[in-house]
Design a protein around this ligand. Structure first.
Ligand code: ACO
Ligand code: ZN
Length: 281
């Protein structure tokens, strides 16, 4: 659902500076008009307020006391934390997050009404604070059963396995809720790549770790991935075989080879024991 005016609007800002990173924007984002034609917009990486010049940002930084996102820290393991932020309680912070995020997302209207969403923000810690890496938003009530509305890894941190961590975390929340979940459609091209990779990895992992045949239902119960997403993934990978009137999921050599490569990257994963969370009421 994209309004025509939004499609036709061209990219405005060129670059965002966040912490020590300067990144090029990809798409239009509705920052106030007085900021629209600046070559660089300077963002406080902790409170997400934005400034037209480095001097102004510096002045702000000397007064800003925030060292992590607002909200509750619901997960901490090694240097990775997740903060749960209620859009209604932290309107300004969440709106500013959406403005940043819109710079890298084109296929959705980002809701300026942040109230109906919770924001799950992932940070990495060093001696200066908890730096934002990415986040996903989630409707407080989703009649369609979506467990993610929007998901983003900040571009300076992409392709390092953080998107996978965000996705994994979203399914851990669904497991606690006792529900299956799926990301809101449509997915962007990058979103689809990220999700396909995750679904594939989880399904293959389960197939490898089960001696007996495993049913679609069992895969869904263990991963919180919906039947539809499991089926699509297996179909795309040609892992469905029709056998005696039913279908079975089986591993192919090509899929196994790909799985071996993924595993050899030795990327981080979420430690479910470090999640301290109850579904918000
Ligand atoms: N090209 C090819 N494959 C990719 C790419 C890419 N550019 N990006 C991710 N993948 C696949 C790969 O298989 C990758 O594994 P690999 O690096 O081992 O090959 C796998 O996804 C996981 O990649 P991560 O590094 O974990 O993902 P990343 O941190 O880059 O985040 C994300 C992925 C969140 C989709 C990111 O690209 C992003 O923020 N994009 C812009 C915003 C966006 O489009 N969000 C999704 C919208 S849909 C929705 O919100 C529901
Ligand atoms: Zn600040």
């Amino acid at each position: 659902t994209q309004s025509h005016s939004e499609v036709s609007r061209v990219k405005n800002l060129d670059k965002l500076q966040m912490g020590k990173h300067e990144v090029e924007t990809w798409y239009f984002s509705p920052y106030p008009v007085e900021y629209a034609h600046l070559p660089v917009l300077y963002i406080c990486e902790f409170c997400l307020l934005y400034y037209p010049s480095f001097t102004q940002l510096k002045r702000h930084r000397s007064k800003c006391t925030l060292l992590h996102p607002p909200g509750n820290e619901i997960y901490r393991y090694d240097d990775i934390s997740f903060f749960e932020i209620d859009g209604r309680r932290q309107r300004t912070w969440c709106r500013n997050l959406c403005l940043i995020s819109k710079c890298f997302l084109d296929h959705k209207t980002l809701y300026y009404d942040v109230d109906p969403f919770m924001y799950y923000c992932m940070t990495i810690k060093d001696e200066f604070g908890c730096h934002l890496i990415g986040y996903f938003s989630k409707e407080k009530e989703s009649p369609e059963g979506y467990n993610v509305a929007c998901i983003l890894t900040l571009p300076q941190h992409q392709r390092k396995g953080y998107g996978r961590l965000l996705i994994e975390f979203s399914y851990e929340l669904s497991k606690v809720e006792g529900k299956l979940g799926s990301p809101e459609k449509p997915l962007s091209d990058l979103g689809l790549l990220g999700y396909r990779a995750y679904w594939q990895e989880k399904i293959v992992e389960l197939l490898l770790n089960s001696d007996d045949e495993i049913s679609l239902e069992e895969i869904a119960q263990k991963t919180a991935i919906t039947h539809g997403d499991i089926m699509h993934t297996c179909q795309a990978l040609q892992m469905i075989k029709y056998y005696k009137g039913g279908h079975i999921i089986h591993l192919t050599d090509a899929v196994l080879e790909q799985h071996r490569k993924t595993m050899s990257k030795n990327r981080r994963s979420i430690n479910p024991a470090a999640l301290k969370w109850k579904p918000p009421v």
